[in-house]
Design a protein around this ligand. Sequence first.
Ligand code: UDP
Length: 237
Amino acid sequence: MERTLLYEGKAKKVYQVNDRTREIILSYKNDATAFNGEKKSVFPGKGRLNNEISSLIFTKLREKGIKSHFIKQLNKTEQLVYQTEIIPLEVVVRNVAAGSITKRLGMKERTPFNPPIVELFYKNDDLKDPLINDEHAILLTNISLNELKEIKEKALEINETLSEIFQRIGIKLVDFKVEFGRLADGWIVLADEISPDTCRLWDVETMEKLDKDVFRQGTGDLIEVYEEILNRLEEQK
Ligand code: UDP
């Protein structure tokens, strides 16, 4: 397939393949970054693991009626998706306190949230992705108030389905980040990726962290824990 590089991000490259159908290829890289790109490393095999994990999860979400940009996995490190205009919001859903909320609000790690908390961050590297409210989101993006409401509801629906998927394999979904994009026809769908790069995943029995925190905190072998996630998901398929 003939392709042209459209964009290169921290974790993926994006290639245009077909102007007419607006399909693009996401190519997962082996790079890992944390703390707004201040900490960087390369992990051979990470691109494949995240591509496999994200493809599996988007397929399961599709089975549950959650529409996304995902079309199909193409090979070990690449997937075919519909091109969307990414809405510059990071939508975070939290079931348990961890990460930035513990520092920002002085909450103890492991504090459960019932109901879950939805937070919005403005996707902007120069500003270091600040936390914003609904009014800011409307001003900073081209979505309507109603679309924002739908995005937050969708994020909570994704949380329910994802929590169930992980619960079945002995993992607590602590929190995660999703992004949404607008298709050519105007509809907003789930986009980007869902992987241990974008979720906090704790083993229910041991509380072991099986996600990017092992890299952020330097406490474990990233490839080993991502492999553990993929293996458990594949056993459940
Ligand atoms: N997250 C992400 N990309 C970001 C920031 C956060 O995927 O740029 C994910 C992160 O992996 C975690 C959730 O969103 O699962 C909540 O992250 P948090 O706000 O606690 O920020 P962090 O502690 O990662 O800086």
